[in-house]
Write a protein that binds this ligand. Structure first.
Ligand code: NI
Length: 141
């Protein structure tokens, strides 16, 4: 059976601020730039989730993309869309909401609901047209 990767895309809009409380506003601005604005700011995020598995001969699918769509909606988008990532999302609490960290947190949310025989392959999170992060589920490399 061929192994294929399939990808589903979702969009969300969220506010955040990258900063360390133990640093001055100047220090934060130097390291985090515009993302450290003390009065928050927003991004239009693009989220691509890629899963991998054998193609089911009966359906021709690796996974029903409607199921992936609902997993992304219920586990991620409904929780972060039009919210403040620093203040309003329990599974990001205490975390610097960088693109990297949010991508890993999204991986963990989606991995919990993967059906049998389907492997989560990639979480790609784009914060701006020029900045994005990708997580392939590997730690410590
Ligand atoms: Ni930002």
């Amino acid at each position: 059976m061929p192994t294929v990767r399939v990808t589903r895309r979702a969009h969300f809009c969220s506010a955040h601020r990258l900063y360390r409380q133990d640093w001055s506003d100047e220090q934060n601005r130097e390291v985090f730039g515009d993302c450290s604005n003390p009065n928050w700011h927003g991004h239009n995020y693009i989220l691509d989730v890629t899963v991998e598995g054998p193609v089911d001969p009966g359906t021709g699918f690796v996974m029903d993309l409607k199921a992936l769509k609902y997993a992304m909606k219920e586990r991620v988008v409904d929780e972060v869309d039009h919210r403040n990532l620093n203040l309003e999302v329990s599974w990001l609490e205490g975390m610097m909401p960088s693109t990297e960290n949010v991508a890993v947190a999204i991986w963990n949310r989606i991995a919990e609901v993967m059906p049998d025989g389907v492997r989560l392959h990639r979480v790609f999170l784009q914060e701006t047209a020029n900045n994005s992060a990708e997580y392939l589920g590997r730690d410590g490399e």
